[in-house]
Ligand binder design. Structure first.
Ligand SMILES: [Zn+2]
Length: 490
């Protein structure tokens, strides 16, 4: 019995399963019981994972490696649902060891990758978050399909091997001389975007939004709104190392190429009305895929032609806008993705958007009312009329300076920018006279309480931009001019 236990311990190999960005190391154990005809996989595999049996058997056949009879593969922890086809390499390693074809994989090795029926190792999504999980649990060697080594290396402090085929894995585990270890390559930095001139009030509104972290609503020319979104992302400060790693992990999980580096610039994602709910919010039937709202995490999400989005999508955006994360219900629990993005919501002036518009007043009102659920979460608005003027060269420096003032004022509160401030805190610094005027506007139904909170937060941003320690009445009236609800009511 004792001997059996020792053999048992020797034939396990490791992979990682993900729920959102949260990973758990999975142990794959293989045993053979003579007399049992079937191969069984236990440990709550999803359908993609259950098919590993067929993929592995075909891959073994392709390399001429004998497939054992009476094979049982246990995936531990047994009570944790496991999704995806990326456990194939770990399962194959456990079977190879159980049959004596290779020694067991080292205890500090994690194997990630799908096997094709021809034995090719196929790339998988989520290598970076899985490698980060492995490293944080003390694993120091990672095997991935060829082409994904650079991504695994981004986890840091790990040795990475690439395998193109099951035969490479067999060579690696047998310690054959071929060394497919991957070495880091110096990464290039992303070039600053070339910005087209923007109308003065759009430039100003973007500047305010970048300083205070406010969501924006832009009415008019959708091309100008698209340029404004690029400009906003360009004005935001660099991500912290932890933020940059989280953003890269989300991109990895979405199957996007990281270009062999962790980008420290805030991301920009653009969503148009043709996209499905899952593409914007996230979802999928197997290994959950983050949506555009999560790919814009710590950056900017541009909603192009927002009134044309389905009400279900706009409704679904409410949760991440208010809570900073997406939660997607699935069998056995919910998957959570970070989704703290700054919005640029663009709308045309009317449903047709033509200069010789003949849309009726009611039609135009209904068109704009469709985005009410999002517009009430925007602190800054502008239209795209006016003559384009060059974007100031030192705008990013000005934003950084004003943000430093904000950070000093909010130090120790846990709020990073003015848009994060709770309404009562933002209101507390507003001069009594200006506050009374805002209260009167609420009484008359011209502003909602939520809109007053926005006005106070934006007023703080304007004070920070001017380098003043207090909000003035003038800051409040200028913030009011940038408030979407006020512009509609005026
Ligand atoms: Zn029209």
């Amino acid at each position: 019995m004792r001997t059996a236990l020792l053999i048992w311990k020797g034939i396990m190999s490791h992979s990682v399963t993900l729920n959102g960005l949260d990973g758990t190391v999975v142990e794959a154990q293989a045993t053979t019981t003579p007399g049992l005809p079937r191969t069984t996989i236990t440990g709550l595999p999803d359908p993609a994972l259950a098919e590993a049996r067929d993929r592995c058997r075909a891959a073994f056949t392709s390399t001429g490696t004998p497939w054992p009879t009476g094979l049982t593969i246990d995936l531990l922890p047994a009570d944790l649902p496991k999704a995806g086809s990326h456990h194939d390499l770990a399962i194959a390693a456990a079977i190879l060891a159980a049959t004596g074809a290779t020694p067991a994989a080292p205890n500090d090795m994690v194997l990630l990758g799908e096997l094709g029926l021809d034995g090719q190792a196929r790339p998988v999504r989520g290598v970076l978050p899985m490698a980060l999980t492995a490293r944080s649990r003390g694993f120091r060697q990672i095997v991935v399909p060829t082409g994904q080594g650079g991504e695994a290396l981004l986890a840091g402090d790990v040795t990475v091997f690439e395998a193109a085929h099951l035969a490479d894995l067999i060579d690696l585990l047998n310690g054959r001389p071929r060394d497919p270890r991957i070495l880091p390559v110096p990464a290039a930095t992303s070039p600053a975007p070339e910005l087209a001139p923007l109308p003065a009030q759009v430039e100003w509104a973007v500047h305010v939004a970048a300083t205070g972290g406010h969501n924006m609503l832009i009415t008019g020319d959708t091309d100008i709104a698209a340029t404004a979104a690029i400009y906003l992302a360009a004005l935001l400060p660099d991500l912290t190392p932890a933020e940059a790693l989280e953003v890269a992990a989300l991109r990895s999980l979405a199957g996007l190429d990281l270009g062999g580096r962790i980008d420290t610039r805030p991301p920009l994602a653009t969503a148009d009305p043709t996209l499905a709910l899952a593409a914007i919010i996230g979802g999928g039937s197997r290994l959950m895929r983050p949506g555009l709202i999560s790919l814009a995490h710590c950056g900017v999400l541009h909603l192009q032609d927002a009134p044309e989005f389905s009400p279900a999508v706009l409704e679904a955006l409410r949760g991440p806008l208010d809570g900073g994360h997406v939660s997607i219900a699935r069998a056995g629990g919910a998957t959570r993705f970070p989704a703290r993005a700054q919005l640029v919501v663009s709308t045309r002036t009317c449903p047709c958007g033509h200069p010789d518009c003949q849309c009726g007043t009611n039609m135009i009102r209904r068109y704009h009312a469709r985005t009410a659920i999002i517009a009430t979460r925007c602190g800054v608005t502008c239209d795209t009329t006016g003559v384009p003027a060059p974007v100031p060269a030192d705008a990013a420096t000005q934003v950084a300076r004003a943000r430093a003032t904000t950070a000093q004022r909010l130090h120790g509160t846990g709020w990073a920018c003015n848009a994060d401030m709770p309404g009562n805190i933002a209101r507390a610094g507003v001069p009594a006279e200006a506050m009374a005027a805002l209260d009167k506007a609420v009484e008359r139904g011209r502003l909602s309480g939520r809109e007053v909170d926005h006005v106070c937060r934006v007023a703080w941003t304007l004070a920070d931009m001017a380098g003043r320690p207090k909000v003035s009445g003038d800051d409040v009236s200028r913030a009011l001019d940038l408030q979407p609800g006020w512009q509609v009511a005026s």
